[in-house]
Design a protein around this ligand. Structure first.
Ligand code: SF4
Length: 342
């Protein structure tokens, strides 16, 4: 069993049942989460006997770095190997003095968005909380070694976070808690393709981190055709969940909107988006699309993008335009699909 599946109390119980001092549990917990060691032998303030006892009963299943590729813009994609042989990807995205980690929460994805490279992998399994946390820990360390102030984490890599809810929440507890990295939840953004009931659950759980929704169209017919999840939770249900979320948490979510030529970038699409956003306070990130190998879609033409923005701004919407980073290494938005899994 992976020892990181145990709570502090579980470790205490294990120790007392094995005639060891309960206070050692705190030390072990610190090695596991704060120092993120890869083996019991590194737990240097424990006796050899205790380290052997842990070795006998538990595994650590650390994630290992399999490959790293650095883009010309400094963006670095890391392939992490999981203990059972699967690989997932995380990305370090530097900007001036700061750095953001984009991390994965599932190996593959069940949702099958038509524009997404991860979707082509199918679904293998969800990641454990420690596999998620370790990606963050590694990218944070790498960012600091390179002189960046590690500032943000986005759960926007491979997989749908809301379909791995418990492990996402547990990983965030460690990122924000005293036992882990002690970062502010305001520096974390969790993204969803729009699993409406889970957005309500986030609100009921009174989360303090930021929520992003991959919207990509405010017209049901179009969204159905590019995001099959819309057939299960359509725009009306999504809107209702967002109204609930905003009312309960008081925070303003973000819509992510990839602009794809001839698909969702017409003036009618922009007007539908503006209308849809009337129900709640929201920020809009318009993202330049990066076609991947064998892609059906293209990025929006410059003039279409400009007109789209003009319509939204004319309706007083808060719009950010994001140019994708790390395009030359397939680390840009929607491109994470470790070729080693193919
Ligand atoms: S965009 Fe996100 S939710 Fe959609 S298939 Fe890709 S990983 Fe899954």
């Amino acid at each position: 069993m992976d020892i990181k599946e145990l709570s502090l109390q579980d470790i205490k119980d294990f120790l007392t049942n094995n005639n060891e001092k309960a206070f050692r549990a705190k030390q072990i917990y610190e090695w596991l989460w704060k120092k993120n060691v890869k083996s019991f032998d590194e737990m240097s303030n424990l006796s050899l006997k205790l380290r052997e006892l842990l070795n006998e009963h538990f595994s650590l299943n650390p994630i290992l770095v399999e490959d790293m590729q650095e883009s010309s813009d400094g963006t670095t994609k890391i392939a992490f190997k999981l203990h059972d042989g699967y690989s997932v990807e995380g990305v370090l995205i530097p900007s001036e003095k700061r750095a953001t980690a984009c991390i994965s929460c599932q190996m593959g994805c069940t949702l099958g968005c038509k524009f997404c490279a991860t979707a082509t992998l199918g679904f293998k399994r969800s990641l454990t909380a420690s596999e998620i946390y370790e990606q963050i820990y590694f990218i944070k360390t790498l960012a600091e070694e390179r002189g960046y102030n590690f500032s943000n984490i986005v759960y926007m890599g491979m997989g749908e976070p809301m379909l791995n809810y418990d492990n996402i929440m547990k990983s965030i507890d460690f990122v924000t808690g005293k036992d882990g990295l002690e970062m502010s939840p305001k520096r974390i953004t969790v993204s969803t393709a729009g699993i409406a009931p889970m957005i309500k659950k986030l609100a009921d759980d009174d989360v303090k981190f930021n929520l992003a929704v991959s919207l990509h169209s405010a017209i049901n017919e179009t969204r159905d055709s590019i995001m099959p999840i819309n057939k299960k939770y359509n725009l009306e249900e999504l809107s209702e969940a967002l109204v609930y979320f905003v009312k309960k948490t008081g925070s303003r979510p973000t819509f992510e909107y990839l602009l794809m030529s001839g698909v969702n970038d017409s003036p009618a699409d922009a007007r539908a988006l503006a209308d849809y956003c009337r129900a709640f306070p929201i920020k809009i990130n318009l993202i330049e699309y990066n076609p991947h190998e064998g892609d059906l879609f293209n990025k929006s033409k410059k003039e279409d993008t400009e007109y789209f923005i003009k319509i939204l701004e004319g309706r007083n919407m808060v719009v950010n335009v994001r140019h994708s980073r790390g395009k030359d290494i397939d680390a840009a938005c929607g491109q994470l699909a470790n070729k080693k899994n193919n």
